[in-house]
Design a protein around this ligand. Structure first.
Ligand SMILES: Nc1ncnc2c1ncn2[C@@H]1O[C@H](COP(=O)(O)OP(=O)(O)OP(=O)(O)O)[C@@H](O)[C@H]1O
Length: 330
């Protein structure tokens, strides 16, 4: 039987959590945390790879992932090192993958499970598969013959479904693991694809570390997949994943936001964003969505006074440009 979407009746808790997450995304984007500073990005990338591979039992630490990324030796089994190198490759390639293409998803599976981890990476399974739902009990996944058509349908939902992006990404994750299209690597691909899909609307997801949150809650993660399958409503899994996303957004906010509250913090960020380009106060406000036009004017005047910025034109026609070779600190 081909895939049919599982019902989603959102509970009040999920609706509240969704609003909270949307609000946090707005806050994070408002202070331009969409591309966190490089050091934090690298750290988050290492943490999320530890998280995603750790769910399957890879014993690596964040420091070991960082060491592998920079080519240093680590005391891990060959298989564990390969899993990490493959994950690093797949997460690096994320922006180039098309979230709406089944072929791209197969490429992702090839990267994650290639180099000898799986006999035929990048191919849907050609046989039955079961997952453990308790230590002793297994559950059969849908017949392998249905996988191809089911995946086409599921990607149709991803492309044309009417749900909000956040909800779609979580429902995709759930339906994907319930179809279990691969012989192995289903969880890793599901988590990677959820990230890829969310990046399409919110670039911050490329660097958010949702995987670590799921890793720390892996027993609940498995339980909520089972619960949703048993009761035929994805809501409990949606609520669980929204909470993991909320926590990773909070963590990003706490680690980065406090240093971006004054003009002295914002001017260097603007310098990074505009480079040598000419920009207006309106462009500056678009960059820092939470500040008022008056605050933007004060920032820009301070930038001009410090010599970091040059102004041309006056009042409403004023435009600005960063002066090279001069400290951009206002
Ligand atoms: N009841 C269930 N039905 C379908 N999928 C499930 C169920 N419980 C857990 N899963 C998913 O299946 C994944 C395990 O499948 P598989 O071993 O193919 O993936 P993996 O990527 O190799 O492992 P892991 O996700 O543990 O790293 C889990 O991570 C989870 O996403």
């Amino acid at each position: 039987m081909k895939w049919k979407p599982t019902e989603l009746v959102l509970s009040t808790d999920s609706i509240k959590k969704l609003a909270e997450v949307e609000q946090l995304i707005g806050k994070v984007e408002g202070v331009q945390l969409s591309r966190p500073v490089p050091k934090l990005r690298q750290k988050n990338r290492a943490k999320l790879i530890r998280g995603s591979t750790g769910i399957e039992g890879n014993s690596c630490s964040v420091a070991q992932v960082e060491a592998i990324a920079s080519g240093q030796p680590v005391a891990l089994s060959k298989k564990e090192q390969l899993e990490i190198r493959n994950a690093l490759e797949a997460y690096d390639a994320l922006p180039s993958l098309d979230p709406f293409s089944v072929d791209s998803l197969l490429d992702a599976h090839r990267m994650l499970m290639g180099n000898g981890l799986l006999l035929v990476p990048g191919r849907f399974r050609q046989g039955p598969v079961e997952v453990y739902v308790t230590e002793t009990k297994t559950r059969s996944m849908p017949a392998w013959e249905t996988v191809g058509p089911s995946m086409e349908e599921l990607f149709g939902y991803l492309k044309d479904g009417k749900d909000l992006m956040l909800i779609k990404s979580i429902c995709f994750h759930f339906e994907f693991v319930s179809i279990h299209p691969f012989a192995d690597g289903n969880g890793r691909v599901a988590r990677l694809w959820q990230t890829r899909f969310l990046m399409e609307e919110h670039p911050v997801f490329e660097f958010l570390d949702v995987e670590s949150m799921v890793f720390e809650q892996r027993a609940a993660y498995y339980r909520q997949i089972c619960n949703a399958q048993d009761c035929g409503n994805v809501d409990c899994f949606v609520l669980f994943m929204l909470e993991q996303i909320r926590q990773s957004l909070c963590s990003l906010w706490e680690n980065s936001a406090p240093s971006q509250n004054t003009h002295a913090d914002r001017i260097p960020i603007a310098h990074q964003a505009f480079g040598k380009e000419v920009f207006s106060r309106k462009d500056y406000c678009r960059l820092f969505k939470t500040i008022s036009p008056a605050t933007a004017s004060r920032d820009l005047s301070a930038g001009v006074a410090s010599g970091a910025l040059k102004r041309a034109g006056d009042k409403r026609t004023a435009v600005y440009r960063f002066v090279e070779h001069v400290s951009s600190k206002a």
